[in-house]
Design a binder for this molecule. Structure first.
Ligand SMILES: C[S@@+](CC[C@H](N)C(=O)[O-])C[C@H]1O[C@@H](n2cnc3c(N)ncnc32)[C@H](O)[C@@H]1O
Length: 385
Protein backbone atom coordinates (compact mmCIF):
# COMPACT_ATOMS: atom_id res chain seq x y z
CA UNK A 1 0.00 0.00 0.00
CA UNK A 2 1.49 3.44 -0.89
CA UNK A 3 1.95 5.74 2.09
CA UNK A 4 1.28 9.44 2.38
CA UNK A 5 2.62 11.34 5.34
CA UNK A 6 -0.34 13.75 5.36
CA UNK A 7 -2.91 10.96 5.65
CA UNK A 8 -4.37 10.84 9.17
CA UNK A 9 -3.86 7.40 10.64
CA UNK A 10 -7.21 6.38 12.14
CA UNK A 11 -7.26 7.14 15.89
CA UNK A 12 -9.87 6.73 18.66
CA UNK A 13 -11.94 9.62 17.19
CA UNK A 14 -12.02 7.81 13.83
CA UNK A 15 -13.12 4.44 15.23
CA UNK A 16 -15.69 6.04 17.53
CA UNK A 17 -17.27 7.88 14.60
CA UNK A 18 -16.96 4.86 12.30
CA UNK A 19 -19.20 2.86 14.63
CA UNK A 20 -22.05 5.34 14.15
CA UNK A 21 -21.42 5.72 10.44
CA UNK A 22 -22.10 1.97 10.13
CA UNK A 23 -25.30 2.42 12.14
CA UNK A 24 -26.77 5.65 10.74
CA UNK A 25 -25.35 6.44 7.29
CA UNK A 26 -28.01 6.36 4.58
CA UNK A 27 -28.68 7.38 0.98
CA UNK A 28 -26.26 9.80 -0.65
CA UNK A 29 -23.29 10.32 1.65
CA UNK A 30 -20.68 13.08 1.82
CA UNK A 31 -17.54 12.34 3.85
CA UNK A 32 -15.60 15.56 4.45
CA UNK A 33 -11.91 15.33 5.36
CA UNK A 34 -11.78 11.66 4.42
CA UNK A 35 -8.11 11.09 5.34
CA UNK A 36 -7.48 7.35 5.16
CA UNK A 37 -11.05 6.90 3.86
CA UNK A 38 -12.12 5.00 6.98
CA UNK A 39 -15.56 6.66 7.19
CA UNK A 40 -16.19 6.48 3.44
CA UNK A 41 -15.45 2.75 3.44
CA UNK A 42 -17.67 2.12 6.48
CA UNK A 43 -20.52 4.04 4.82
CA UNK A 44 -20.11 2.24 1.50
CA UNK A 45 -20.38 -1.10 3.28
CA UNK A 46 -23.88 -0.24 4.54
CA UNK A 47 -26.77 -1.49 2.45
CA UNK A 48 -28.63 1.77 3.25
CA UNK A 49 -26.02 3.80 1.42
CA UNK A 50 -26.31 4.45 -2.32
CA UNK A 51 -23.15 6.46 -2.96
CA UNK A 52 -20.31 8.17 -1.13
CA UNK A 53 -18.49 11.32 -2.14
CA UNK A 54 -15.27 11.43 -0.11
CA UNK A 55 -13.38 14.73 -0.05
CA UNK A 56 -10.30 16.22 1.52
CA UNK A 57 -8.56 19.58 1.38
CA UNK A 58 -5.23 17.87 0.62
CA UNK A 59 -4.52 16.71 -2.90
CA UNK A 60 -2.00 14.16 -1.58
CA UNK A 61 -4.75 12.53 0.49
CA UNK A 62 -7.10 12.28 -2.49
CA UNK A 63 -4.33 10.84 -4.72
CA UNK A 64 -3.56 8.30 -2.00
CA UNK A 65 -7.22 7.29 -1.59
CA UNK A 66 -7.77 7.00 -5.33
CA UNK A 67 -4.81 4.62 -5.53
CA UNK A 68 -5.65 2.51 -2.50
CA UNK A 69 -9.41 2.37 -2.30
CA UNK A 70 -11.32 0.64 -5.03
CA UNK A 71 -15.02 0.68 -4.26
CA UNK A 72 -17.63 1.36 -6.92
CA UNK A 73 -19.84 3.27 -4.45
CA UNK A 74 -17.08 5.77 -3.52
CA UNK A 75 -15.87 8.78 -5.53
CA UNK A 76 -13.04 11.04 -4.36
CA UNK A 77 -12.65 14.76 -4.83
CA UNK A 78 -10.37 17.47 -3.51
CA UNK A 79 -12.33 20.24 -1.77
CA UNK A 80 -11.89 22.75 1.01
CA UNK A 81 -15.02 21.93 3.03
CA UNK A 82 -17.99 22.49 0.66
CA UNK A 83 -16.20 24.66 -1.91
CA UNK A 84 -16.33 22.18 -4.83
CA UNK A 85 -19.42 20.28 -3.69
CA UNK A 86 -22.73 20.37 -5.51
CA UNK A 87 -26.09 18.87 -4.56
CA UNK A 88 -27.71 17.75 -1.33
CA UNK A 89 -26.91 14.73 0.80
CA UNK A 90 -28.76 12.39 3.16
CA UNK A 91 -25.70 11.97 5.37
CA UNK A 92 -22.73 14.24 5.94
CA UNK A 93 -19.80 12.83 7.92
CA UNK A 94 -17.06 14.96 9.41
CA UNK A 95 -14.14 14.10 11.65
CA UNK A 96 -12.67 17.59 11.62
CA UNK A 97 -9.25 18.80 12.58
CA UNK A 98 -10.13 20.17 15.99
CA UNK A 99 -7.00 20.93 17.96
CA UNK A 100 -6.05 24.51 18.85
CA UNK A 101 -3.11 25.72 16.79
CA UNK A 102 -0.42 25.40 19.46
CA UNK A 103 2.19 23.85 17.26
CA UNK A 104 4.14 26.12 14.99
CA UNK A 105 4.00 23.50 12.22
CA UNK A 106 0.69 23.72 10.42
CA UNK A 107 -0.77 20.23 10.21
CA UNK A 108 -4.05 20.17 8.29
CA UNK A 109 -5.00 16.78 9.70
CA UNK A 110 -5.38 18.07 13.26
CA UNK A 111 -5.17 21.85 13.22
CA UNK A 112 -8.67 23.29 13.73
CA UNK A 113 -7.60 26.95 13.73
CA UNK A 114 -6.35 29.33 16.43
CA UNK A 115 -8.97 28.26 18.97
CA UNK A 116 -9.48 24.81 17.53
CA UNK A 117 -13.10 25.31 16.50
CA UNK A 118 -12.74 27.54 13.44
CA UNK A 119 -12.95 24.72 10.87
CA UNK A 120 -16.02 23.30 12.66
CA UNK A 121 -17.59 26.78 12.69
CA UNK A 122 -17.10 27.18 8.93
CA UNK A 123 -18.39 23.65 8.33
CA UNK A 124 -21.57 24.24 10.36
CA UNK A 125 -22.24 27.58 8.69
CA UNK A 126 -22.53 25.92 5.27
CA UNK A 127 -23.66 22.38 6.07
CA UNK A 128 -27.41 23.11 5.83
CA UNK A 129 -27.14 24.06 2.19
CA UNK A 130 -25.85 20.57 1.40
CA UNK A 131 -28.16 18.61 3.67
CA UNK A 132 -31.57 17.29 2.61
CA UNK A 133 -34.50 18.23 4.90
CA UNK A 134 -34.43 14.85 6.66
CA UNK A 135 -30.67 14.44 6.35
CA UNK A 136 -28.23 13.81 9.22
CA UNK A 137 -24.73 14.97 10.10
CA UNK A 138 -22.40 12.68 12.04
CA UNK A 139 -19.55 14.57 13.63
CA UNK A 140 -16.88 13.89 16.22
CA UNK A 141 -15.02 16.50 18.24
CA UNK A 142 -13.00 16.88 21.41
CA UNK A 143 -13.27 18.70 24.74
CA UNK A 144 -10.12 20.54 23.61
CA UNK A 145 -12.34 22.24 21.04
CA UNK A 146 -14.72 23.82 23.66
CA UNK A 147 -17.99 21.94 23.71
CA UNK A 148 -20.08 25.06 24.53
CA UNK A 149 -18.72 26.83 21.48
CA UNK A 150 -19.50 23.89 19.20
CA UNK A 151 -23.02 23.68 20.63
CA UNK A 152 -23.49 27.41 20.11
CA UNK A 153 -22.51 27.05 16.42
CA UNK A 154 -24.88 24.09 16.08
CA UNK A 155 -27.80 26.07 17.53
CA UNK A 156 -27.01 29.15 15.44
CA UNK A 157 -27.11 26.93 12.36
CA UNK A 158 -30.66 25.90 13.32
CA UNK A 159 -29.65 22.32 13.91
CA UNK A 160 -30.75 20.00 16.70
CA UNK A 161 -28.16 17.69 18.20
CA UNK A 162 -27.99 14.42 20.08
CA UNK A 163 -24.85 13.12 21.76
CA UNK A 164 -24.41 9.52 20.62
CA UNK A 165 -21.36 8.78 22.75
CA UNK A 166 -18.61 10.39 24.78
CA UNK A 167 -15.34 8.77 25.79
CA UNK A 168 -12.51 9.93 27.99
CA UNK A 169 -9.17 9.27 26.29
CA UNK A 170 -5.86 10.34 27.85
CA UNK A 171 -6.12 14.11 28.18
CA UNK A 172 -9.42 14.76 26.42
CA UNK A 173 -13.08 13.75 26.06
CA UNK A 174 -14.33 12.78 22.64
CA UNK A 175 -17.95 13.33 21.58
CA UNK A 176 -19.91 11.92 18.66
CA UNK A 177 -22.93 14.05 17.74
CA UNK A 178 -25.82 13.41 15.41
CA UNK A 179 -27.28 16.62 13.99
CA UNK A 180 -30.52 17.27 12.12
CA UNK A 181 -32.23 20.37 10.77
CA UNK A 182 -34.59 21.77 13.37
CA UNK A 183 -38.31 22.18 12.64
CA UNK A 184 -38.03 25.93 12.21
CA UNK A 185 -35.30 25.61 9.59
CA UNK A 186 -37.28 22.98 7.70
CA UNK A 187 -40.31 25.26 7.78
CA UNK A 188 -38.55 28.31 6.35
CA UNK A 189 -36.60 26.25 3.81
CA UNK A 190 -39.92 24.79 2.64
CA UNK A 191 -41.00 28.40 1.98
CA UNK A 192 -38.14 28.74 -0.49
CA UNK A 193 -35.53 30.38 1.76
CA UNK A 194 -32.02 29.01 1.28
CA UNK A 195 -28.54 29.75 2.69
CA UNK A 196 -29.94 30.51 6.13
CA UNK A 197 -27.29 32.00 8.44
CA UNK A 198 -27.40 33.36 11.97
CA UNK A 199 -26.99 37.15 12.16
CA UNK A 200 -27.84 38.50 15.61
CA UNK A 201 -29.83 38.01 18.78
CA UNK A 202 -31.95 40.45 20.80
CA UNK A 203 -33.95 39.95 24.00
CA UNK A 204 -37.03 38.81 22.14
CA UNK A 205 -35.95 38.13 18.60
CA UNK A 206 -33.28 36.21 16.79
CA UNK A 207 -32.35 37.24 13.27
CA UNK A 208 -31.12 35.10 10.41
CA UNK A 209 -30.26 36.01 6.86
CA UNK A 210 -31.15 33.92 3.85
CA UNK A 211 -31.78 34.02 0.13
CA UNK A 212 -35.36 34.24 -1.15
CA UNK A 213 -36.12 34.61 -4.87
CA UNK A 214 -32.44 35.48 -5.47
CA UNK A 215 -32.50 38.35 -2.94
CA UNK A 216 -30.96 38.55 0.48
CA UNK A 217 -33.59 38.65 3.22
CA UNK A 218 -33.65 38.88 7.00
CA UNK A 219 -35.76 36.41 8.95
CA UNK A 220 -36.78 37.38 12.44
CA UNK A 221 -37.95 34.62 14.75
CA UNK A 222 -38.82 34.48 18.43
CA UNK A 223 -35.79 34.06 20.67
CA UNK A 224 -36.51 30.71 22.39
CA UNK A 225 -35.25 32.28 25.64
CA UNK A 226 -37.94 34.98 25.59
CA UNK A 227 -41.19 34.47 27.48
CA UNK A 228 -43.04 37.21 25.55
CA UNK A 229 -45.71 35.89 23.21
CA UNK A 230 -47.25 37.28 20.02
CA UNK A 231 -44.51 39.91 19.61
CA UNK A 232 -43.22 38.67 16.29
CA UNK A 233 -46.72 38.48 14.80
CA UNK A 234 -47.38 41.99 16.06
CA UNK A 235 -44.17 43.30 14.55
CA UNK A 236 -44.99 41.73 11.19
CA UNK A 237 -48.41 43.43 11.23
CA UNK A 238 -46.85 46.80 11.92
CA UNK A 239 -44.21 46.30 9.26
CA UNK A 240 -46.91 45.60 6.69
CA UNK A 241 -48.74 48.80 7.70
CA UNK A 242 -45.61 50.94 7.76
CA UNK A 243 -44.41 49.59 4.41
CA UNK A 244 -47.45 51.36 2.90
CA UNK A 245 -45.89 54.64 4.10
CA UNK A 246 -42.53 53.66 2.63
CA UNK A 247 -41.16 52.93 6.12
CA UNK A 248 -39.17 49.85 7.10
CA UNK A 249 -37.70 46.98 5.08
CA UNK A 250 -40.23 45.42 2.72
CA UNK A 251 -42.05 42.49 4.31
CA UNK A 252 -41.77 39.33 2.18
CA UNK A 253 -44.06 37.06 4.19
CA UNK A 254 -44.87 36.09 7.73
CA UNK A 255 -45.62 32.86 9.59
CA UNK A 256 -46.99 32.27 13.06
CA UNK A 257 -43.62 32.73 14.80
CA UNK A 258 -41.43 34.51 12.26
CA UNK A 259 -41.42 37.01 9.41
CA UNK A 260 -39.12 37.56 6.47
CA UNK A 261 -38.29 40.98 5.07
CA UNK A 262 -35.74 42.52 2.74
CA UNK A 263 -32.21 42.61 4.18
CA UNK A 264 -30.88 46.15 4.43
CA UNK A 265 -27.20 46.34 3.63
CA UNK A 266 -25.73 49.39 5.34
CA UNK A 267 -24.50 50.95 8.55
CA UNK A 268 -26.23 51.57 11.82
CA UNK A 269 -26.77 55.29 12.39
CA UNK A 270 -23.69 56.06 14.51
CA UNK A 271 -21.37 54.15 12.17
CA UNK A 272 -22.91 56.02 9.26
CA UNK A 273 -22.33 59.39 10.94
CA UNK A 274 -18.71 58.50 11.71
CA UNK A 275 -18.09 57.50 8.07
CA UNK A 276 -19.97 60.23 6.24
CA UNK A 277 -19.56 63.89 5.38
CA UNK A 278 -21.66 66.84 6.50
CA UNK A 279 -23.96 66.89 3.44
CA UNK A 280 -24.62 63.14 3.58
CA UNK A 281 -25.37 63.25 7.31
CA UNK A 282 -27.70 66.25 6.96
CA UNK A 283 -29.58 64.54 4.15
CA UNK A 284 -30.01 61.28 6.10
CA UNK A 285 -31.07 63.10 9.29
CA UNK A 286 -33.68 65.04 7.35
CA UNK A 287 -35.04 61.84 5.82
CA UNK A 288 -35.29 60.22 9.26
CA UNK A 289 -37.11 63.27 10.59
CA UNK A 290 -39.59 63.04 7.70
CA UNK A 291 -40.37 59.45 8.70
CA UNK A 292 -40.74 60.53 12.33
CA UNK A 293 -43.22 63.20 11.25
CA UNK A 294 -45.23 60.67 9.20
CA UNK A 295 -45.49 58.42 12.26
CA UNK A 296 -46.43 61.27 14.59
CA UNK A 297 -49.19 62.34 12.22
CA UNK A 298 -50.71 58.87 12.27
CA UNK A 299 -50.53 58.60 16.04
CA UNK A 300 -47.96 55.81 15.90
CA UNK A 301 -45.10 55.68 18.40
CA UNK A 302 -42.02 53.71 17.36
CA UNK A 303 -40.30 54.31 20.71
CA UNK A 304 -36.56 54.27 21.42
CA UNK A 305 -35.85 56.98 18.83
CA UNK A 306 -33.89 58.96 21.43
CA UNK A 307 -31.33 56.14 21.23
CA UNK A 308 -31.93 54.56 17.82
CA UNK A 309 -28.53 52.88 17.67
CA UNK A 310 -29.88 49.66 16.20
CA UNK A 311 -33.10 51.15 14.86
CA UNK A 312 -31.85 52.94 11.77
CA UNK A 313 -29.70 51.41 9.03
CA UNK A 314 -28.41 53.80 6.41
CA UNK A 315 -27.92 52.30 3.00
CA UNK A 316 -26.28 54.73 0.59
CA UNK A 317 -27.80 57.92 1.98
CA UNK A 318 -31.16 56.26 2.48
CA UNK A 319 -32.08 55.61 6.09
CA UNK A 320 -34.33 52.65 6.80
CA UNK A 321 -36.06 52.17 10.13
CA UNK A 322 -35.80 48.65 11.51
CA UNK A 323 -37.01 46.85 14.64
CA UNK A 324 -40.69 47.51 15.25
CA UNK A 325 -41.01 45.44 18.40
CA UNK A 326 -42.35 48.26 20.52
CA UNK A 327 -44.50 50.14 18.00
CA UNK A 328 -47.96 51.10 19.23
CA UNK A 329 -50.72 53.62 18.72
CA UNK A 330 -50.47 56.65 20.95
CA UNK A 331 -52.27 59.96 21.45
CA UNK A 332 -48.89 61.47 22.19
CA UNK A 333 -46.39 59.99 19.77
CA UNK A 334 -42.87 61.15 20.52
CA UNK A 335 -40.95 60.20 17.40
CA UNK A 336 -39.87 63.71 16.33
CA UNK A 337 -39.07 64.91 19.84
CA UNK A 338 -37.18 61.72 20.69
CA UNK A 339 -35.10 62.04 17.56
CA UNK A 340 -34.35 65.66 18.52
CA UNK A 341 -33.03 64.25 21.79
CA UNK A 342 -30.74 61.89 19.86
CA UNK A 343 -29.41 64.82 17.80
CA UNK A 344 -28.68 66.73 20.99
CA UNK A 345 -27.04 63.73 22.62
CA UNK A 346 -24.84 63.25 19.56
CA UNK A 347 -23.67 66.87 19.63
CA UNK A 348 -19.95 66.10 19.88
CA UNK A 349 -19.95 63.61 17.04
CA UNK A 350 -21.96 65.95 14.81
CA UNK A 351 -19.70 68.89 15.66
CA UNK A 352 -16.70 66.87 14.49
CA UNK A 353 -18.48 66.67 11.14
CA UNK A 354 -19.13 70.41 11.03
CA UNK A 355 -22.75 70.19 12.11
CA UNK A 356 -23.31 72.30 15.20
CA UNK A 357 -26.93 72.22 16.25
CA UNK A 358 -27.88 75.01 18.66
CA UNK A 359 -28.93 73.06 21.77
CA UNK A 360 -31.14 75.73 23.32
CA UNK A 361 -32.85 76.49 20.06
CA UNK A 362 -33.61 72.86 19.25
CA UNK A 363 -34.91 72.23 22.76
CA UNK A 364 -37.18 75.25 22.46
CA UNK A 365 -38.41 74.25 18.98
CA UNK A 366 -39.00 70.64 20.08
CA UNK A 367 -41.18 71.92 22.94
CA UNK A 368 -43.21 74.08 20.57
CA UNK A 369 -43.61 71.16 18.14
CA UNK A 370 -44.65 68.85 20.97
CA UNK A 371 -47.67 71.04 21.65
CA UNK A 372 -48.66 71.88 18.08
CA UNK A 373 -47.41 68.83 16.17
CA UNK A 374 -47.76 70.84 12.96
CA UNK A 375 -45.67 70.93 9.83
CA UNK A 376 -44.53 74.56 10.21
CA UNK A 377 -43.04 73.93 13.64
CA UNK A 378 -41.51 70.71 12.37
CA UNK A 379 -39.93 72.68 9.48
CA UNK A 380 -38.28 75.00 12.01
CA UNK A 381 -36.57 72.05 13.70
CA UNK A 382 -35.21 70.83 10.38
CA UNK A 383 -34.02 74.35 9.59
CA UNK A 384 -32.10 74.48 12.87
CA UNK A 385 -29.99 71.38 12.20
C1 LIG B 1 -8.83 14.28 11.83
S1 LIG B 1 -8.61 13.88 10.15
C2 LIG B 1 -9.94 12.74 9.87
C3 LIG B 1 -9.65 11.71 8.83
C4 LIG B 1 -10.70 10.62 8.70
N1 LIG B 1 -11.97 11.14 8.23
C5 LIG B 1 -10.88 9.87 10.00
O1 LIG B 1 -12.00 9.86 10.52
O2 LIG B 1 -9.90 9.29 10.47
C6 LIG B 1 -9.15 15.39 9.37
C7 LIG B 1 -9.06 15.41 7.86
O3 LIG B 1 -9.68 16.60 7.41
C8 LIG B 1 -8.91 17.14 6.36
N2 LIG B 1 -9.20 18.57 6.34
C9 LIG B 1 -8.67 19.57 7.11
N3 LIG B 1 -9.21 20.75 6.81
C10 LIG B 1 -10.11 20.51 5.83
C11 LIG B 1 -10.97 21.35 5.07
N4 LIG B 1 -11.03 22.68 5.27
N5 LIG B 1 -11.73 20.78 4.10
C12 LIG B 1 -11.67 19.42 3.88
N6 LIG B 1 -10.86 18.60 4.55
C13 LIG B 1 -10.09 19.13 5.52
C14 LIG B 1 -7.49 16.80 6.69
O4 LIG B 1 -6.68 16.82 5.53
C15 LIG B 1 -7.67 15.42 7.30
O5 LIG B 1 -7.54 14.43 6.32
Amino acid sequence: MPSCKSVYDPQEDSTMLEKYVRQYAKGKVLDIGTGSGIQAIAAAQSKNVISVLATDIQKGVIDYCKKCIKNRKIKFMQSNLFRNIKGKFDTIIFNPPYLPQELKVKDLTIDGGKKGYEVIERFLKDANNFLKPEGIILMVFSSLTKKEKVEEFIKNSLLDFRELENQHIFFEDLYVYLLRKNEFLKKIEAKGISSVEYLAKGHRGIIFTGIFKSRKIAVKAKNPKSAASGRIQNEAKWLEKLNRLGIGPKLAFAGDDYFACRYIEGDFILEFIKKSNKAQIRQAIKKIFMQMLALDKLGIDKEEMHRPLKHVIVSGNKPCLVDFEKVHYSKNPKNVTQFCQFILNSGELLEEKGIAPDRQKIMRLAKIYKNSRNKVDFGKIIGAI
